[in-house]
Design a binder for this molecule. Structure first.
Ligand SMILES: *[C@@H]1O[C@H](CO)[C@@H](O)[C@H](O)[C@H]1NC(C)=O
Ligand SMILES: *[C@@H]1O[C@H](CO)[C@@H](O)[C@H](O)[C@H]1NC(C)=O
Ligand SMILES: *[C@@H]1O[C@H](CO)[C@@H](O)[C@H](O)[C@H]1NC(C)=O
Ligand SMILES: *[C@@H]1O[C@H](CO)[C@@H](O)[C@H](O)[C@H]1NC(C)=O
Ligand SMILES: *[C@@H]1O[C@H](CO)[C@@H](O)[C@H](O)[C@H]1NC(C)=O
Ligand SMILES: *[C@@H]1O[C@H](CO)[C@@H](O)[C@H](O)[C@H]1NC(C)=O
Ligand SMILES: *[C@@H]1O[C@H](CO)[C@@H](O)[C@H](O)[C@H]1NC(C)=O
Ligand SMILES: *[C@@H]1O[C@H](CO)[C@@H](O)[C@H](O)[C@H]1NC(C)=O
Length: 462
């Protein structure tokens, strides 16, 4: 290389490191629904939200094609299952990049390549230990193709922390701190990438609503603040407190400068009867307030990093009906699967508050008190109910006695009614040890007693 080439190279490098990261807000485009609009319709919906970035959980070629020639910056993901093989095999890493990135770049503005999703929150030790090596291999492949604009990272959930309170005392979990987080931060530092973080004040608040003020979680607190005794930094919302905990944990192990990218945040617009605070009012309030905070100029940052940009993705584009777990999991969407908005939302934060229609008043901001039953959902697939019924009846103590022939709940003799009884009976026995009212989407909670005649359905009392 001649001196001129070197000079140009140095100039280019200094330009790219000086490139400002924008605070524009994006949206996560999860696809775990069986009723979702096509990729091209989805891109229109993403634009209707004024999202400037989108994160997908794979590298779906139809989606990447649909994003071609838009100004939307894109984050793609290597599936968890491939991490171990990619970590062992540079050709496989190259092949992944050649198949999933090269054909779409630069027309599709791929900017972030996330390796796996919340790997450190799982219990697959093999994948956990191969995570950082896989990130390195993917980075090498991108470099080989001169794809220097694409940052490599991996999303972490808050449970990578052993303690997060007070924020200044936060530490990473001891099982991952030295072997995984250390090398990961080294990689992120060297490649000038981000620590991608999933931050859900909803989960922190809802598991502890008595000691955390809801307004503090919704960026609405007037009087509630928290001052960290060690730093004297004053917090006005839970989100900042959670982000700063991670920042202090990184400082503690010698990486004070790595930027944070909010890979997911959001609030559910609905949930199960036994879930608190999942409603449209809170979801709209949280998302509108955080978008305003993140896009305000001059940049606000957090108490530990005033003025730092926090690029981010809101979770999620759609309510996704095939996500397992409690009802909130299926209700983080900004948009219904039929394309209508769950509430008005502008991710550019340019819509003034007064232009929004009034929101429905929240009715579940206090813990529910009373009885709850678990019954077959109206829309449950009738031919799948039989095996769910058998499963529920095979668990616990005399779960299904009353639906046996001749007993008080035998009639009406249908899978729908028998399953409803069995689900209630199962859930009443097992909720306290973590049993859920889900049954692959066949079951739903209700506060209306389904009992009839002499047939009394077991219930959970909160
Ligand atoms: C990983 O590689 C092994 C050995 O080559 C292969 O048998 C396996 O199917 C691969 N796993 C995945 C998820 O591709
Ligand atoms: C590495 O990956 C390449 C490309 O998929 C494959 O052809 C090769 O067999 C793999 N090598 C090993 C040792 O698994
Ligand atoms: C594997 O994971 C389990 C549970 O997540 C943990 O207790 C154990 O120490 C891990 N084993 C190794 C070798 O890292
Ligand atoms: C804030 O504090 C003032 C005075 O302590 C009190 O009158 C007011 O009701 C509080 N407001 C809220 C929203 O809690
Ligand atoms: C990487 O680490 C060095 C040395 O601690 C520090 O000066 C630099 O700011 C760090 N860069 C990033 C992006 O964290
Ligand atoms: C779209 O779906 C939602 C939720 O099911 C429903 O409330 C709404 O009325 C539907 N809108 C249209 C236009 O069909
Ligand atoms: C309903 O359940 C049956 C049995 O599990 C399955 O074969 C069928 O595909 C399901 N139908 C739908 C529409 O999901
Ligand atoms: C079933 O009954 C046994 C004996 O009474 C008891 O130890 C066990 O906890 C019961 N199981 C459930 C799920 O209630």
């Amino acid at each position: 290389m001649g001196p001129i080439t070197l000079l140009i190279l140095a100039l280019l490098l200094s330009m790219s490191s000086a490139a400002e990261i924008s605070s524009k807000v994006g949206v996560c485009y999860g696809q775990l629904g069986d009723n979702l609009p096509s990729p091209s319709q989805s891109v229109k919906l993403i634009q209707s939200l004024k999202a400037k970035r989108v994160k997908i959980y794979d590298a779906n070629p139809d989606i990447l094609k649909s994003l071609k020639d838009t100004d939307i910056q894109v984050s793609i993901m290597v599936p968890n299952e491939l991490i171990t093989n990619i970590s062992l095999n540079q050709s496989l890493a190259n092949q992944w990049v050649e198949t999933h990135v090269v054909p779409f770049y630069p027309e599709t503005k791929i900017r972030y390549l996330l390796v796996g999703n919340e790997i450190l929150s799982g219990n697959d030790n093999m994948t956990i230990s191969n995570l950082v090596p896989a990130m390195r291999r993917i980075k090498i492949s991108l470099n080989t193709h001169q794809l220097h604009k694409i940052k490599v990272g991996t999303p972490l959930a808050m449970d990578v922390l052993e303690s997060s309170f007070p924020p200044s005392k936060a530490t990473f979990r001891s099982d991952i701190s030295r072997p995984i987080i250390g090398p990961m931060l080294q990689f992120l530092n060297r490649t000038k990438s981000f620590l991608f973080l999933d931050v859900y004040p909803y989960f922190a608040w809802s598991s502890n609503p008595k000691s955390i003020n809801l307004d503090y979680a919704l960026f609405m607190a007037k009087n509630t603040t928290y001052t960290d005794p060690n730093t004297a930094l004053t917090y006005t919302n839970l989100f900042d407190q959670m982000v700063d905990a991670v920042i202090f944990a990184m400082r503690r192990i010698g990486f004070p400068n790595i930027r944070i990218f909010i890979a997911e945040t959001g609030w559910p617009n609905n949930g199960d009867c036994d879930q608190i605070g999942a409603n449209i009012f809170n979801a709209a309030t949280y998302n509108r307030n955080i978008v305003k905070k993140l896009t305000t100029k001059p940049t606000i940052g957090t108490p530990a990093r005033p003025g730092w940009v926090l690029p981010s993705f809101i979770f999620s584009l759609y309510n996704e009906n095939k996500k397992p777990g409690p009802g909130t999991e299926r209700h983080f969407g900004l948009v219904h699967p039929n394309g209508s908005h769950v509430y008005q939302m502008d991710l550019s934060a340019k819509t003034p508050e007064w232009q929004y229609e009034p929101l429905p008043k929240p009715i579940n901001n206090e813990p529910f008190k009373g009885r709850i039953w678990c019954v077959a959902a109206k829309e449950a697939n009738r031919s799948a109910l039989g095996s769910a019924l058998s499963y529920a009846c095979s668990q616990g103590n005399k779960t299904c006695e009353p639906v046996q022939p001749g007993k008080q709940c035998y009639k009406p003799n249908s899978d729908f009614w028998h399953a409803s009884f069995a689900f209630s009976s199962y859930w009443a026995q097992f909720r306290k040890v973590g049993g859920t009212c889900y049954f692959n989407g066949l079951a739903t909670q209700t506060i209306r007693d389904p009992s009839y005649g002499h047939c009394k359905f077991p219930s959970v009392t909160l």
